[in-house]
Design a protein around this ligand. Structure first.
Ligand SMILES: [Zn+2]
Length: 316
C-alpha cells in the first residue's frame, strides 16, 4: 500500500516482482478516484504486467471503511444526514452502513471501481461502527427502526448483547452488499476483510470484532488480520502465533485463507526479514508487508534488500 496516486508513480513494480512479492494492495481514496482513476488503472495494469496480483483497497468512502481520522470523504461532507449518530445523540463524520442512500452510493461506486480497475479482488478495510470514550453508534433513524423490526423493542441506550449482535449483523449485511456490487461486474472478484485491530478495550466493539461471524459470511472470501506486535510491545513471534491461533484457525474452519499484516521497515527493530521466515514456518497463508513507503522506498532499504529477497522467495 502507498499513500495516494502521486506515490504510485514511484512504485517499482518490476522490483517488487523480482524481490519475490506476489501481490499488491492499492489504496483507492474516494476523493482521488474522482479525478485520478485512470492513474490507478494504469498502475494496476503495470503491476499485473509484472505478475503481481493487484487488490483494490477503497479508502474514505463515507469513512465507514476507515479508521484514519485524516482521510476525508466528500460524500460525508455532501450528505451529513447519512452519518452515524452516537449514544449521546451526536452526528459523527462516518456514514452509517444501514443508511440506504449511503449503501446505494457505495455499491454504485464499487461497481464503477471494479469496472475501471482490472484487479483480482477488493479488500474491505476496517469496517467499523464507532466505539470509544464511553459512547457508541449507531442510533440513527434507520438503525433504530431496523433494531425494532429485528428484536421487537426499542434499541436500548446501553451497548447490550443484542445491540452488539445488531451491529455485527449490520457489518455482515454491508459486506454482502459490497461483494455483490463487485461481483455484478466480474464474478471472479474476491472480497477480503480486514477488521480494525484490537488495540484496546475502548475500540474493541466495532461490529467487526467477531472473526467467526466475518469468516462465515458468504460475501467474505478471506480474512486479513493485523499483527500489531510493534505497537503493542509484544515479541514478533508471539504476535504471529496469536494471529494464527485466532484469525487463521477461524478462517481455515471455513476453508478460507487468512493473511497477516505487519508494519515493515528496514530498521532492525522491525525484524521484517525474520518475520517472513517465522511466518512461513508457522504455515501462515500470506504475509502483507505494510507499506511500500516505509519499506522499499525507505532510505536504508538496500541494507536488507538481499536478505528480504531470499526470504520472500524461500517463503513461496
Ligand atoms: Zn445508523
Amino acid at each position: 500500500m502507498t499513500t495516494g496516486v502521486e506515490g504510485l508513480r514511484g512504485v517499482d513494480t518490476a522490483l517488487l516482482a523480482d524481490l519475490g512479492f506476489t501481490g499488491v494492495f492499492v489504496s483507492c481514496y474516494e476523493d482521488e478516484v474522482r479525478w485520478h482513476v485512470d492513474d490507478l488503472a494504469a498502475f494496476i495494469r503495470r503491476a499485473k504486467g509484472h505478475g503481481l496480483e493487484p487488490f483494490a483497497v477503497p479508502c474514505g468512502y463515507g469513512r465507514f471503511l476507515e479508521s484514519d481520522p485524516t482521510v476525508d470523504s466528500l460524500f460525508v461532507h455532501a450528505h451529513p444526514g447519512t452519518c452515524q449518530i452516537d449514544s449521546r445523540g451526536r452526528r459523527l463524520r462516518k456514514a452509517c452502513p444501514n443508511h440506504p442512500k449511503f449503501l446505494e452510493w457505495f455499491s454504485t461506486s464499487m461497481r464503477t471501481l471494479a469496472w475501471m480497475l482490472e484487479c483480482r479482488g477488493f479488500l474491505w478495510n476496517e469496517p467499523a461502527f464507532y466505539h470509544g470514550r464511553g459512547t457508541w453508534s449507531c442510533r440513527c433513524g434507520y438503525c433504530l427502526r431496523l433494531f425494532q423490526a429485528a428484536y421487537g423493542r426499542e434499541m436500548p441506550h446501553e451497548l447490550t448483547d443484542e445491540v452488539l449482535e445488531f451491529r455485527r449483523n449490520s457489518v455482515v449485511l454491508f459486506l454482502l452488499a459490497a461483494a455483490a456490487a463487485i461481483q455484478s461486474v466480474d464474478r471472479r472478484l474476491t472480497s477480503l476483510v480486514l477488521p480494525p485491530p484490537a488495540l484496546g478495550r475502548e475500540h474493541w466493539h466495532t461490529g467487526s470484532e467477531d472473526l467467526e461471524r466475518l469468516a462465515s459470511c458468504s460475501g467474505v472470501d478471506g480474512l486479513c488480520v493485523m499483527v500489531p506486535w510493534q505497537e503493542m510491545g509484544w515479541d514478533m513471534e508471539f504476535g504471529i502465533r496469536e494471529a494464527q491461533g485466532t484469525g487463521a484457525q477461524v478462517a481455515h474452519r471455513h476453508e478460507k485463507p487468512c493473511l497477516l499484516w505487519v508494519t515493515a521497515s528496514p530498521q532492525p527493530s522491525s525484524r521484517t526479514v525474520e518475520t517472513i521466515g517465522f511466518a512461513a514456518r508457522q504455515g501462515v497463508d500470506a504475509v502483507v508487508l505494510s507499506d511500500y513507503d516505509s519499506l522499499v522506498a525507505a532510505r536504508r532499504f538496500r541494507d536488507i534488500r538481499g536478505d528480504l529477497r531470499a526470504a520472500l522467495w524461500a517463503a513461496r
